[in-house]
Write a protein that binds this ligand. Structure first.
Ligand code: GYE
Length: 328
C-alpha cells in the first residue's frame, strides 16, 4: 500500500511539474497567428550593420505579423551555429541568417531542413553543397560594387605609365563582401601593369582594427596613393591613422580614398572632400525579407537569389540633397 501511495505521489508531482514547464515555456502574450522568425545577425561591427539590424527589426515587427527572436553573433560563426540550433529547438517558423562567412553551413542547414524550417539568407552569401538547403538569398552584388570602384580608378588614373600604388584594407576574411570586393581589385591589378598593391591589411570591417593596421603600416614608410577600403568604418579608422601620421588625403590630398557602404557619415566626409569615392551597399533588407517570408506563407515561388540596385558617389558630384534623401 505504501508503495502504491508513493508511486501515486511521484506521478502527481511529475504531472504538476509538466504543467508548470509547459506554461512557463509558453509566453503569456504569445499570439498564435504571429510568424515566429529566428534571426542570426553577424554582430554590430559597423554602421552598415546597425542600419541593417534596425531595418530587420522594424520590418519583422508584431504589427507586421511577426514574433522575432534576435541573436547577435558578435562576429563569431560558432555563435551563429548555437543560435540556429536554438531556433530549431524553439521550433520557429523561419530562420533568417546573415552569415559571417560563406562556408561551414551544410550541417546546421541540414538540421534545419530535417526540422522542416525554411532558411532565408540575407546580405552575404553561403556556399553549400546542396542549394535546396536554403530557400532564398537577398543581398548586394559585391563584385559589381568592386567593379564600380575600379571604373572610377581607371578614369581617375588613366596614364598607363604612371605607377599607381594601392593600399588594400580588407574586411572579415571569407565574407562575400570581402571576397568579391577583393576579387575586383585583384583582377584589375593583374590587368594594369602600372598598378601594385603595396599591402593587403586585414581590418575585420571595424574602425578599431582599421586604425590599428593602417597605423602600423604607415610606420614602414611605404608610399601609396590610393586607399581601397572595403567598408566605411575601417576607412574612418584609417583616416585617423593618416591624420596622426600627417599624411593628407581626399580631393586635394596625397592619398585618394575609396570606401564601401556609403553610410551617412562617409557621405558627409565625401561632401567635405575627405573621401573621394563612396560605393553604396544597401543595408535595408528588412522589407525584402518580409516580402520573401510573406510569399512563402502564401505558397508562392520565391527567387533563389535577388540583388539590390546600388550606385556610387564622388566628392566632385555629391550634394547635400543627395545625402538628405537617404535613409541610412
Ligand atoms: O560592407 C560592412 C559590414 O556584409 C555588406 O558587413 C556587409 C558588410 C558591410 O560589416 O560594413
Amino acid at each position: 500500500m505504501r508503495k502504491i501511495l508513493c508511486l501515486l505521489l511521484i506521478c502527481t508531482t511529475l504531472l504538476l511539474a509538466g504543467c508548470a514547464l509547459s506554461s512557463a515555456s509558453r509566453d503569456k502574450d504569445f499570439d498564435d497567428s504571429l510568424i515566429v522568425v529566428g534571426f542570426s545577425q553577424v554582430g554590430s561591427e559597423s554602421d552598415w550593420r546597425l542600419a541593417n539590424t534596425a531595418s530587420m527589426v522594424s520590418a519583422l515587427s508584431e504589427q507586421n505579423g511577426y514574433r522575432l527572436l534576435f541573436d547577435n553573433a558578435r562576429q563569431k560563426q560558432e555563435n551563429q551555429y548555437l543560435a540556429i540550433r536554438n531556433f530549431i529547438q524553439q521550433d520557429v517558423n523561419y530562420i533568417v541568417l546573415a552569415p559571417i562567412s560563406e562556408t561551414g553551413w551544410d550541417s546546421v542547414f541540414r538540421e534545419a531542413k530535417a526540422a522542416g524550417i525554411p532558411v532565408i539568407v540575407v546580405d552575404r552569401q553561403v556556399s553549400v553543397e546542396d542549394e535546396s538547403l536554403y530557400q532564398s538569398w537577398v543581398g548586394s552584388d559585391f563584385y559589381r560594387e568592386g567593379q564600380m570602384a575600379i571604373t572610377w580608378m581607371e578614369e581617375s588614373f588613366p596614364d598607363p605609365d604612371a605607377p599607381l600604388r594601392i593600399l588594400h584594407l580588407q574586411g572579415t576574411e571569407g565574407a562575400t563582401a570581402q571576397l568579391m570586393r577583393s576579387r575586383a581589385l585583384e583582377e584589375a591589378v593583374a590587368r594594369h601593369e602600372n598598378w601594385t598593391v603595396e599591402a593587403a591589411l586585414k581590418g575585420e570591417f571595424t574602425e578599431a582594427k582599421g586604425y590599428e593596421v593602417v597605423r602600423d603600416f604607415l610606420k614602414t614608410g611605404t608610399p601609396f596613393s590610393v586607399l581601397y577600403s572595403e567598408n566605411d568604418n575601417m576607412t574612418f579608422g584609417a583616416m585617423r591613422a593618416l591624420d596622426e601620421a600627417g599624411i593628407s588625403y581626399g580631393r586635394d590630398g596625397e592619398v585618394k580614398i575609396i570606401s564601401f557602404d556609403a553610410v551617412h557619415k562617409a557621405l558627409e566626409y565625401c561632401l567635405e572632400g575627405r573621401i573621394n569615392l563612396c560605393v553604396e551597399c544597401n543595408p535595408l533588407h528588412g522589407p525584402r525579407v518580409d516580402r520573401l517570408i510573406k510569399s512563402c506563407e502564401a505558397g508562392e515561388e520565391v527567387p533563389k537569389s535577388s540583388y539590390v540596385e546600388e550606385i556610387c558617389f564622388t566628392c566632385d558630384t555629391i550634394t547635400p540633397q543627395m545625402i538628405g534623401e537617404r535613409e541610412y
